[in-house]
Write a protein that binds this ligand. Sequence first.
Ligand code: DC
Length: 219
Amino acid sequence: MKRVVTIDGPAGAGKSTVARKLADRLGWRLLDTGAMYRAVTLAALRDRLDLQNDQALGELAAKLDVQLPEGRVLLNGEDVSEAIRTVEVTQATRFSADSPSVRRRLVDWQRHFVESFREVVTEGRDQGTIVFPDAYRKFYLTASHDERARRRHAEFVARGVAISLETVLKDVIERDAHDSAREIAPMKAADDARRIDSTGLDLDEVVRLIEREILEPTG
Ligand code: DC
């Protein structure tokens, strides 16, 4: 049986960690859709494109080759797994995320990716609402602003990036407001998504909770 599990939610809610661990435990394929928006943005920054130009961004996205082999991100064959996680790319990615042309292109890529695998855990902002409305199970993961900022900050520190917790918190709050207010594919839970607030929870607990729901027989 084909099974797609969607995990949506804001930055720092633990989606990436939870989705990766869940996919590992289940032996399913992982689709990190944020990495796709980041890869398009990296290419646009390198080409010095006007990030507000939807058409230019869409044309660029159409000719890029973005591959997601297990645990890595390849842009035209180059491993950009690290390069797409800089503060600069993180902040500029909202332009790709706001671009209708880029979104159309990436939604096609995402559906195509899922066609190639039987069982997929996909994470993003619009997976349960727009991209896979008929997903087998949908989850929407949230956490308080403070907790999410702490997690994001720890990730930056672990990668040796010097950035203050206050700056990360401000960015988390701004990005939420922006992502939720976006006209196209706003960040929101699908009506049939199970909401999980991970504030104060160990992410392994969240993984086990989701795993139980997925494996439990339906109907
Ligand atoms: O999850 P992330 O931080 O890697 O996502 C990077 C950016 O891409 C973030 O600004 C939200 C956006 N995004 C999106 O608009 N839709 C998705 N399906 C995934 C990410």
